[in-house]
Design a protein around this ligand. Structure first.
Ligand code: GFB
Length: 435
């Protein structure tokens, strides 16, 4: 090897080692390997102690809005990491209004049940709540800032925040020693050292200076994080966060098996082979999808929450039949929260075509709960040749996003069921993927 080349090689190796030393360092207390996500390269003069950000969402919100809140919080975590190392602590899943299956214990569910953690970590550093408790060695959250709107609402939108009295009952209770107690995802032993209400109007990253300058605790929690609004909706950062939310492999595998066995659908033939999300950039139309129409037929509480915007079961079947004919397809996959009688009624309107629904085994249900079964439904519906969703359902929106990631043509993705009396209803907004 020539001397010049050898020199270049040595310099490259040293540069790589230096780079790794900056990106990955062990915190002396926690021994946690820390790495920033995405393309950001964080520069710290000295290794600083890792701080933890934990959040929670209004108990009434459903699974798919919670996924959106996660994305907003990751934007904040990315910004914080430009100054000092922060790790996002993932709030355990549980007690969701829509998770009603009897005989299932649906609390303290880790994110790994639903999502692929290594994929999440390629965007921002995250750990499970139980990992945090282990690292910390004590069930403590240092500071809790309960986000709330400004009393009296607002007439002019402006970014502002202020520690104020709590507007409503928060459920946080202080004991004689001064510690604060709450549900804390079902972990009874967890307590907080400090609690305050923070009136807030602003984007997610507007709280960054407050966290950096006005808080000192190792772990800061922000309940009601849905108060933080997206910094930028639909931009590259939004889609990076969304793309990192890859479903857990065990759920994808179950969905893929169902596609293969009942819907003649495989990734190779359908053009939907999944790659590491950081390397995946499909053009619209590259994905063909399996030979079936996928629908999300939201029922239950939606029937009164979106009254007037949903079709009858017969009306929905009529709309599906049109698409089956247009695309020369014979199979329908139904993702739905409908009780079985409603599904049977819907099915009865099809004489020639085959209509399928994923029915989980006892084992799948016990292992992956209602949330896992819903994800399997989303996964199968997302791989269809043509998708029809329900009006303004975040469950349908997430399927549409999944299809954007997979590379489907818009025509086959941004569709919704129209009410019976308006067959020409407005199409859903088209939030197209950007890289
Ligand atoms: O996900 P989500 O916020 O969507 O809430 P919407 C709906 C929940 O119902 C899901 C179940 O997370 C599932 O647990 N669910 C809905 C389904 N559709 C399906 C399906 O096709 N298959 C399976 N397996 N489960 C909003 C809620 O729901 O609707 C609000 O977020 C409120 O809290 C409003 O209830 C009326 O955006 O559709």
């Amino acid at each position: 090897m020539e001397t010049k080349e050898a020199r270049v090689l040595i310099i490259t190796i040293i540069a790589k080692i230096l780079c790794l030393a900056v990106l990955v360092h062990a915190d002396t207390d926690d021994e946690i390997a820390y790495q920033t996500g995405g393309t950001e390269t964080t520069k710290f003069g000295q290794a600083k102690s890792v701080r933890y950000l934990l959040y929670d969402v209004n108990p009434g919100e459903g699974f798919n809005l919670r996924r959106d809140v996660y994305m907003r919080v990751t934007t904040l975590v990315q910004e914080l990491n430009k100054e000092e190392p922060w790790v996002l602590v993932l709030p355990p899943w549980g007690r969701l209004y829509h998770w009603k299956s009897p005989d299932l214990e649906q609390i303290k569910i880790p994110w790994s049940t639903f999502f692929d953690l290594p994929s999440l970590r390629q965007h921002v550093p995250v750990i499970e709540f139980e990992e945090y408790l282990k690292l910390r060695g004590e069930p403590v959250i240092d500071e809790v800032y309960y986000l709330q709107s400004f009393k009296g609402g607002w007439t002019k939108w402006e970014e502002k925040m202020n520690i104020t009295e709590c507007n409503d009952r928060t459920g946080y209770v202080q004991d004689e020693e001064g510690s604060w107690h709450h549900w804390f995802f079902g972990y009874e032993e967890v307590y907080a050292k400090k609690f305050a209400c923070l009136s807030y109007m602003g984007h997610a990253t507007f709280i960054k200076p407050f966290l950096l300058k006005n808080t000192t605790g190792r772990c800061v929690m922000l309940p009601r994080a849905e108060t933080l609004i997206h910094d930028h909706f639909g931009d590259t950062g939004y889609w990076r966060a969304r793309r990192s939310m890859v479903f857990a492999k065990h759920l994808r595998d179950i969905g893929d098996k169902f596609r293969r066995e009942f819907l003649d659908s495989t990734d190779e033939e359908d053009g939907t082979v999944l790659k590491d999300w950081t390397d995946m950039q499909r053009k619209h139309g590259e994905a063909l999808g399996g030979p079936y129409v996928g629908i999300h037929l939201r029922r239950m509480d939606y029937l009164y929450a979106r009254e007037g915007n949903l079709p009858s079961l017969k009306g929905a079947a009529k709309q599906v039949k049109k698409i089956l004919q247009k695309y020369a397809l014979e199979k329908v996959f139904v993702a739905t929260d409908a009780p079985s009688e409603e599904f049977e009624e819907f099915k009865s309107y099809f004489k020639k075509s085959k209509v399928y629904r994923f029915i989980p085994s006892k084992e799948i249900k016990e292992k992956y709960k209602d949330g896992g079964v819903a994800i399997i439904d989303q996964w199968i519906a997302a791989h269809s040749r043509y998708f029809i969703g329900s009006y303004e359902s975040t469950f349908s929106f997430r399927i549409q996003e999944e299809r954007e990631i997979l590379g489907f043509d818009h025509e086959t993705t941004f569709n919704r069921f129209c009410p019976d009396d308006n067959s020409d209803c407005e199409r859903p907004s088209q939030w197209k993927i950007v890289y």
